[in-house]
Design a protein around this ligand. Structure first.
Ligand SMILES: [Zn+2]
Length: 221
């Protein structure tokens, strides 16, 4: 059974795992074990000033042609951080256009900006999938985003008893679900175990479903 981790900041222990390692704009990519892929994006926390944005997006534009990059992100919007809002929007929209041009899915970071995210998706109507990572928004938000065709990646919030993520997970159709460890130093299997228990399906069934989702979203070319 394969437990795919679609968003992590560290290479998981053990070999033969399928995962997407997140990187920020940089000059190089680390060497990866087989099964490893990359996503690269400018995170809203690290936007900096206008000059930094230009520099980092320039770097990103060059990096995307490197082998193994199968998604743009994490990128997105964060109203809880200090980064300049107009610059956040500019960087995010630039990366959405890049993803469209490259025909690669986008891995999204979104904090307290659900309304903006919703309207930007409606306005841009992207042909590439948009995947909300570390998803923990309430069921009202979830039902609205579902109508637009978003994908949802759940992580450590599933381990918290009263999380929004737990309730939202049950609302999302299985073909729109991904799972991740993000910055947590725990085996992805723990997240699969909890998700399958909450969804009341076998862990192997869930793993097969997510493998199918992975092929639909990340290996479309
Ligand atoms: Zn992350």
């Amino acid at each position: 059974m394969q437990c795919i981790d679609i968003h992590t900041h560290q290479v998981p222990a053990g070999s033969g795992k399928l995962f997407i390692l997140n990187r920020f704009p940089d000059n190089h990519l680390p060497e990866l074990t087989p099964g490893g892929f990359f996503s690269v994006g400018l995170h809203p926390w690290y936007i900096g000033d206008t000059k930094d944005v230009k520099l980092q997006l320039g770097l990103l534009g060059k990096m995307v042609s490197l082998d193994g990059i199968i998604a743009i992100g994490e990128c997105g919007l964060d109203k809880a951080c200090k980064s300049d809002w107009p610059l956040q929007l500019e960087a995010f929209l630039w990366q959405c256009d890049l993803a469209e041009n490259l025909n690669k899915p986008v891995i999204l970071h979104c904090v307290r900006a659900w309304n903006d995210m919703y309207h930007l998706h409606r306005r841009k109507n992207p042909r590439v999938p948009w995947i909300l990572h570390g998803y923990d928004a309430n069921v009202m938000v979830t039902s609205q985003l579902l109508q637009l065709g978003f994908y949802f990646s759940f992580g450590k919030a599933l381990l918290d008893e009263d999380s929004n993520a737990r309730k939202s997970l049950l609302l999302v159709p299985p073909e729109k679900i991904f799972l991740e460890t993000d910055e947590e130093n725990l085996p992805i299997q723990n997240i699969y175990e909890k998700a399958s228990e909450l969804m009341d399906i076998k862990m192997s069934t869930l793993a097969e479903q997510i493998e199918w989702n992975f092929r639909q979203v990340f290996v479309r070319q």
